[in-house]
Design a protein. Structure first.
Length: 110
């Protein structure tokens, strides 16, 4: 249950970060309205708050979060940008998720 809750929290955190960065991208690169900056700022605030909900030490959370972020970002690439990830992308995600699992699931001394 802990692993599933942690993974869900990581996914929500990644989505909040990606949305918070994607909206300014739309404004700066695609000519969208600058009003997108308000929900972007809110999304980045939610991202920072979500990172505080993890029970592990902050540095460990940030390190492990990277693996999930890479995975969600490539999912975003496919779902939103319409670009299918390559075999190299999938290999990179696999390596990053293995690293995340080692960091988060390793036994800890008391």
């Amino acid at each position: 249950m802990f692993a599933a809750k942690t993974l869900l929290l990581f996914i929500l955190t990644a989505l909040a970060e990606i949305i918070g960065c994607y909206l300014p991208y739309l404004w700066l690169k695609k000519g969208a309205t600058p009003w997108l900056l308000a929900p972007a700022a809110l999304s980045l605030a939610v991202f920072a708050w979500l990172l505080t909900l993890h029970p592990e030490a902050a540095g460990r959370v940030y390190a492990a979060y990277g693996g999930v972020y890479i995975t969600v970002a490539l999912g975003w690439l496919w779902a939103v940008d319409g670009i299918r990830p390559s075999a190299w992308d999938v290999a990179g995600v696999t390596v990053s998720l293995a690293g995340m699992a080692i960091i988060m699931l390793a036994p800890r001394g008391t």
